[in-house]
Design a protein around this ligand. Sequence first.
Ligand code: AP5
Ligand code: MG
Ligand code: ZN
Length: 220
Amino acid sequence: MAEKPIIIILLGPPASGKGTQADRIQEELGIPHIASGDLFRDHISRETDLGSRAKSYIDRGDLVPDQLTIDMVAERISRKDTKKGAMLDGFPRTIVQAKALDELLAKSKKELIGVLYFSVPDEVLVERLSGRRICPVCGRSYHVKFYPPEQPGVCDVDGAELYQREDDRPETVRQRLNVYREQTSPLIDYYRTRGLLIEIDGDQPIDHVTEDILSAINSL
Ligand code: AP5
Ligand code: MG
Ligand code: ZN
């Protein structure tokens, strides 16, 4: 039987571990990790037109308008490296985006096999965001306390100097959490009623979360 390309969605609040876990499982699953936030940050650093339109929303902690986001992700998932499928991190984030994705997948004959929903209490999220450090070269997330690099401030993989994301400032973090609650959390029920939701306890050590995800995916 010819298998369709598979799509897995990573759904969860800011700092719930979507990016961290995607980096750890993408090789195992053999499908690329596509993060809408990373795509926007790449546009901003290359100073593209899309980057300049998205920047003010991201800096405030608001969502970028749906259509800009949908077009960007649609283009990315049409590329050749997704012929076996993809892991979507941070998209969809509104019901409008979820419906657009349904249409896109129907057209491109890709199958959504599961939505991993990372649940983590708010106070843990705030602590994770304030200590997060990112590598500008490979995009890996570290944490000063929970996931420190071997040498402080330097990426283990490529030696680049780590930086702090601008939207990880406390005022912006509060707004991102509100936006998540209002606009993104309705997706939990959207996918639950379709039998696609897989709840992952994201408030455990990083390795345990990875084990839970792999066993959930293997039992699909
Ligand atoms: P985006 O980049 O998607 O940010 P986010 O959803 O807020 O998620 P984060 O990347 O902050 O968290 P994460 O879950 O990946 O956590 P991580 O693994 O890094 O979006 C940014 C902005 O872009 C949005 O605000 C919006 O403006 C725009 N945007 C993006 N997508 C959009 C869309 N679809 N529509 C409209 N606008 C969009 O982990 C966090 C920290 O915790 C790290 O330091 C890590 O080391 C640590 N950590 C991870 N797991 C654990 C653990 N188990 N225990 C202890 N520490 C841990
Ligand atoms: Mg992320
Ligand atoms: Zn790196």
